[in-house]
Design a protein around this ligand. Structure first.
Ligand code: SF4
Length: 335
């Protein structure tokens, strides 16, 4: 065993502290950061990825960013160890990431893995039984070192072999952040909180939309996953979902996310939402879509004019009235 390790670096405080503690023990660290369409803080200047890259840069360690792809989505669809409070398959998600790290280890000289886990901090994946299970199923038994919480776990191989000094490791546990904040001050590590809060798979609304997508669109694509995060979503029939922007920003985002062949509907003579339709838009559902768009307009008119575009193909006009009640629209909403 050598002094080279791979660290899971989320960009948050715990993993940053874990990495710093190991650097201070002379361990040569390479950081790995995972992203997914469900990261809740993906802006270029303030997202988790940005924070992780910034932390790695400040610590002077190389970082590799891995996108959780289609193989990850298969796990989200059907996780062997089930979901948390939303559609978050935390145990299988951790196993997935650690297996990827194990593959990286095979191609590098790294001999163990560092994580910022703290015993009992998270309900699903950080209790003792889950942690043991994750370690076993990832094939990394004895090789996952948790510097912040190490004294709550059996000796790892790097501790046993004297690569890491257990005396300098810690015994944090539970949900309090106070010990981490004190340690950060001591080690001169800055906190890099994600401004929006983490993983959207734990969000009940996203979970409902994702369930709907899984059951109606088995061959969904990445754009459809990103669209889950914006707008109001309605399923008008099993073969048709529509999304309405809730504000100017969402209308612009939807404009940009529409692809050739997408059906996009624009208000022509009123202020209201842009709509993206996904599926079969027959004459009846076209009228319903227009009426729901009119429902969400603050303008009061006898007749609303809407431009329907099949991108890259044709355009037409439709005319509707504001007939849908809020209650009727709510019944179709995916929430
Ligand atoms: S909260 Fe999300 S990213 Fe974190 S372990 Fe759970 S599923 Fe994975």
């Amino acid at each position: 065993m050598n002094k080279i390790a791979i660290a899971l670096l989320s960009g948050g405080l715990d993993s940053s502290l874990a990495v710093k503690m190991m650097i201070d023990q002379g361990i040569v660290v390479t950081a790995v950061h995972f992203t997914s369409p469900f990261c809740n803080c993906t802006s270029k200047k303030a997202g988790c990825k940005h924070q992780a890259v910034k932390v790695a840069h400040e610590f002077g360690v190389p970082i590799r960013v891995i996108h959780k792809g289609r193989d990850y989505m298969r796990i989200v669809e059907n996780p062997p160890h089930g979901y948390g409070r939303g559609l978050n398959p935390c145990i299988d998600c951790r196993i997935y990431m650690l297996k990827k790290v194990k593959e990286m280890m095979a191609g590098s000289r790294s001999s163990f893995v560092i994580t910022g886990e703290v015993l009992a901090q998270r309900p699903m994946s950080q209790h003792r039984v889950a942690i043991r299970k994750i370690e076993k199923d990832s094939g990394l038994e004895g090789r996952i070192l948790r510097p912040l919480s190490a004294h709550h776990f059996p000796l790892t191989i790097p501790e046993r072999e004297g690569i890491v000094d257990r005396q300098k490791l810690l015994s944090f546990a539970g949900r309090s952040r106070k010990p981490q904040i004190e340690l950060a001050e001591k080690l001169g590590v800055r906190d890099y909180p994600c401004p929006a809060g983490g993983c959207l798979l734990t969000d009940k609304l996203i979970a409902a939309r994702l369930r709907d997508l899984f059951s109606h669109v088995p061959d969904y694509n990445l754009v459809e996953l990103h669209l889950l995060k914006i707008g109001r979503h309605f399923r008008l029939h099993p073969g048709l979902k529509i999304i309405l922007g809730r504000n100017k920003l969402e209308n612009e985002q939807m404009q940009n996310m529409a692809r050739i062949g997408s059906v996009r509907l624009h208000p022509v003579d009123f202020r209201g939402p842009i709509c993206l339709a996904s599926g079969t838009l027959d004459a009846r559902s076209e009228g319903m879509t227009g009426e729901i768009m009119a429902r969400y307009s603050q303008d009061e008119k006898n007749r609303y004019q809407i431009k329907k575009q099949i991108l890259g193909k044709e355009e037409s006009l439709i005319f509707v009235e504001k007939r849908f009640s809020k209650e009727a629209a709510a019944k179709l909403q995916i929430i």
